[in-house]
Design a protein around this ligand. Structure first.
Ligand code: SF4
Ligand code: SF4
Length: 371
C-alpha cells in the first residue's frame, strides 16, 4: 500500500515539476563579458560565493570580465543555475510549520482516544495520518516546491556565510533557527515528519520487505562518530584549515535534496541518492544517521525538546516491547536513561506497544508532574 502510494506520488510530482513554466534563461541574463561584481548581487551571493561556484580562488579580482578570467559561458550558466536552485520559497516554511503542528497534535492528542483502554492499544496512532504527512513532505515540500529551503542546506549556509560566500549571516541564522526551533518544540518533528528526504527514507523503510535484515540496527556510536567526523572534516576544508581551497563544501557532493529539482550537477550527488535510498529499504534513515549535518545538530537540540517520548519509570517493567518496535536505538537509550540516546524521529512506532501503558508522547512538564 505504502509502496503504491509512494510510486504514484513520485510520478505525479515529476509530472508537475517537468511542466512548470520556464523563466528567462540564465544565458539571457548573464554573459562572460560581465564581472563577478556585476553578477553576484543579482544571484544573492557575495563575490567570493560566485568565485567559489566558478571554481576560482576566493581572492580572484571581482571587477574583471569573466572571459578574461578564463570562464566560459557554459561554466557561468552552470554556476548561476546551481546558485539559483538554492533560492528559498517562503511558502515552504508555512507548509513545514503546518505539518509539524499537525504532527504534534496527532502525537499528543488525536493519536490515542481519551481514556483509551490499554487492551485496544494496537488501534492507537494509526499509520495513515503519518504516511499522508510523509507523502505531503515528499510531494509538496520536495518535488513541487523544490529542494530549498531544507534543514540540511539551512545548516550548511550558516557556515558558508562565515567564510563570506553569502552576504548576510543573519538571514541564514534565522533560517536555521526556524528548523532548530521546530526540532525543539517536538522531538525532531521536522526530521521525522516534514523533511522531504527524511520522509522519502521513512517511506522506503516502511515498505514491508527485508524484514529480517531490518531487525539489525547499526550501533549508534558508530553512525554518530561517522556523522560527527564528517562534519569536522567538512568544516576543516570549508574554512581552509585543510587544503588550499577555502570555501570548498564537501556536503555539496552529498546533497540528496537535489533529487527534488531533478538537478544532478555531479555524479556523486546521483550516487548519494541511489545509495541512500537503496540502504533505506533495510536501514532506518541511513542519510540522517550517517551524513546529515542537521541530523547532528537536531540530535543535540533533542535534549531540549519540549514534547517527546517519555517513559513512566514506575510503570515500566523493562519488557523491551518498545525497544523492539523502535527502528533505531532511541527507545533503548530512553529506557536506559542515557544522557545522549540515539536520534528519536517521533515516528510513534513505540507508542502503541507497551503492555502497561508506560510510554507516552507528552510535554516535559507533564513528565515532571508524574514523577
Ligand atoms: S537528518 Fe534526515 S530528516 Fe533531518 S534534515 Fe537531515 S535528511 Fe532531513
Ligand atoms: S520508535 Fe524509536 S524513533 Fe520512533 S518515536 Fe519511539 S523512540 Fe522515537
Amino acid at each position: 500500500m505504502v509502496a503504491i502510494m509512494l510510486i504514484m506520488a513520485i510520478i505525479l510530482s515529476i509530472g508537475v515539476v517537468t511542466n512548470l513554466p520556464k523563466e528567462k534563461t540564465t544565458s539571457e541574463i548573464f554573459t562572460t563579458d560581465m564581472s563577478i561584481s556585476d553578477i553576484a548581487p543579482k544571484l544573492g551571493v557575495t563575490g567570493k560565493g560566485l568565485a567559489r561556484e566558478l571554481a576560482l580562488p576566493l581572492d580572484t579580482p571581482k571587477k574583471k570580465p569573466l572571459n578574461k578570467l578564463g570562464i566560459s559561458q557554459e561554466q557561468l550558466e552552470h554556476a548561476a543555475e546551481h546558485i539559483l536552485s538554492h533560492r528559498s520559497t517562503s511558502l515552504k516554511y508555512y507548509v513545514f510549520g503546518t505539518i509539524v503542528l499537525f504532527a504534534l497534535m496527532f502525537l499528543t492528542r488525536f493519536g490515542r482516544p481519551d481514556n483509551a483502554n490499554i487492551s485496544e492499544r494496537k488501534l492507537w496512532y494509526p499509520r495513515i495520518p503519518y504516511v499522508t504527512c510523509l507523502l505531503a513532505a515528499v510531494l509538496v515540500c520536495g518535488f513541487v516546491l523544490g529542494k530549498s529551503p531544507n534543514p540540511m542546506e539551512g545548516t550548511v549556509k550558516v557556515f558558508k556565510s562565515m567564510v563570506g560566500l553569502y552576504p548576510s549571516i543573519v538571514s541564514k541564522l534565522i533560517a536555521l533557527s526556524f528548523f532548530v526551533v521546530l526540532a525543539i518544540i517536538g522531538n525532531k518533528l521536522i526530521c521525522g515528519w516534514v523533511c522531504p528526504f527524511g520522509a522519502l527514507q521513512e517511506l522506503f523503510y516502511s515498505i514491508p520487505v527485508l524484514r529480517k535484515i531490518k531487525q539489525w540496527k547499526i550501533p549508534f556510536w558508530l553512525t554518530n562518530t561517522i556523522r560527527s567526523g564528517l562534519f569536522c572534516v567538512v568544516m576543516l576544508f570549508l574554512f581552509g584549515i585543510v587544503g588550499s581551497n577555502k570555501g570548498f563544501v564537501i556536503y555539496h557532493y552529498l546533497n540528496p535534496f537535489n533529487l527534488f529539482d531533478l538537478h544532478f550537477d555531479h555524479w556523486l550527488i546521483l550516487l548519494t541518492v541511489v545509495v541512500f535510498l537503496t540502504l533505506a529499504f533495510f536501514i532506518y534513515r541511513p542519510f540522517c544517521h550517517l551524513i546529515c549535518p542537521f541530523g547532528l545538530i537536531s540530535w543535540i537540540a533533542e535534549k531540549f525538546s519540549l514534547y517527546r517520548v517519555i517513559i513512566d519509570e514506575e510503570k515500566c517493567t523493562q519488557c523491551g516491547a518498545c525497544i523492539n518496535a523502535c527502528p533505531s536505538h532511541a527507545a533503548k537509550g530512553t529506557i536506559e536513561s542515557k544522557a545522549f540516546p540515539a536520534d528519536c524521529f517521533s515516528c510513534a512506532r513505540c507508542l502503541n506497544v507497551c503492555p502497561v501503558d508506560a510510554i507516552h508522547y507528552r510535554s516535559i512538564w507533564a513528565k515532571k508532574a508524574t514523577t
